[in-house]
Design a binder for this molecule. Structure first.
Ligand SMILES: [Zn+2]
Length: 280
């Protein structure tokens, strides 16, 4: 058995085991996630089926057989659904930096090449998950950070007050105009933005409410800046190059944002199952 109890596994693992501990439970969940409005035959659209002895779904009308993974991101996988679900749970609940090596250790008996492929697929779901815009009350401004090569650079940051999910972006030209574009790309319309007056342009004022940054204690801004600097430093020490700063910032956001929302695992699983399969 490749699954064993580990330090990082807190009581959430008990919950996971309870809901997804058997292959049958995982299949049931997969069924609900891929056929949200009930089964339908992908060939003729018929919505009634029977199950074959080898676990496939056979259309009552045209006899077309589908497995639970056919045409999904897991099409043709030789691994059990439980292995996939566990990998997704592990990635969504790990407090440490997500790494292929970590996943490899967790999945013990699965060979390295397969783990690598799994990781790449799950990473796509993470990226998609992270692409979601912030909403509600947002703290946003330009901050100057010290990079691992001790240079000072200006980056834009936006943090959702409720969840502390964040977006970071480095632009060579950190003008009001680029700040506006940053907000436009990362924050849902009608959100409230706490920021410096200088960024409040007519264009943005049409879509967002503004509160001046002085509404928040200067120390809070300073703490946020320090926190972000710390996350960046711990995430991109090796081979740091300013050319890749936005890649590092993106990694930092993924790292920071996962686990900030409740039932992160289910959301990630849902995003994952519904990824298009680009290999078929
Ligand atoms: Zn059919």
């Amino acid at each position: 058995m490749w699954l064993w109890y580990n330090d990082h596994m807190d009581k959430n693992f008990t919950d996971f085991k309870l809901d997804f501990g058997t292959e049958e439970q995982c299949i049931e969940c997969m069924f609900k996630l891929r056929w949200r409005w009930g089964y339908f035959c992908s060939r003729c659209g018929c919505d009634t089926y029977w199950k074959t002895s080898n676990g496939k779904y056979e259309c009552e009308k045209c006899r077309y057989q589908t497995s639970i993974t056919t045409n999904t991101i897991l099409h043709g996988t030789r691994l059990s659904l439980y292995t996939w679900f566990y990998a997704i749970w592990y990635i969504s609940s790990s407090n440490k930096r997500i790494s292929i090596n970590g996943l490899e250790r967790e999945l013990g008996t699965v060979d390295k090449k397969t783990v690598r492929k799994m990781f790449k697929k799950i990473e796509r779901a993470l990226l998609k998950f992270n692409a979601k815009n912030l909403q509600g009350i947002i703290l946003a401004k330009k901050i100057t950070i010290t990079t691992p090569d001790t240079k000072k650079v200006d980056i834009f940051m936006a943090i959702e007050a409720d969840s502390e999910q964040m977006k970071l972006c480095f632009e060579e030209d950190s003008s009001v105009k680029t700040f506006n574009t940053f907000i436009d790309n990362n924050v849902e319309k009608d959100s409230t933005i706490i920021t410096s007056y200088e960024y409040e342009t007519e264009e943005l004022a049409q879509n967002y409410k503004f509160i001046n940054e002085t509404a928040i204690d200067e120390k809070v801004w300073e703490n946020i800046k320090n926190e972000i600097e710390k996350i960046i430093l711990s995430n991109c020490k090796d081979n740091y190059h300013v050319r890749y700063l936005n890649n590092y910032l993106n990694d930092c956001c993924i790292e920071n944002n996962k686990g900030k929302e409740k039932s992160d695992f289910l959301k990630l699983l849902y995003t994952f199952i519904n990824l298009p399969n680009d290999e078929i």
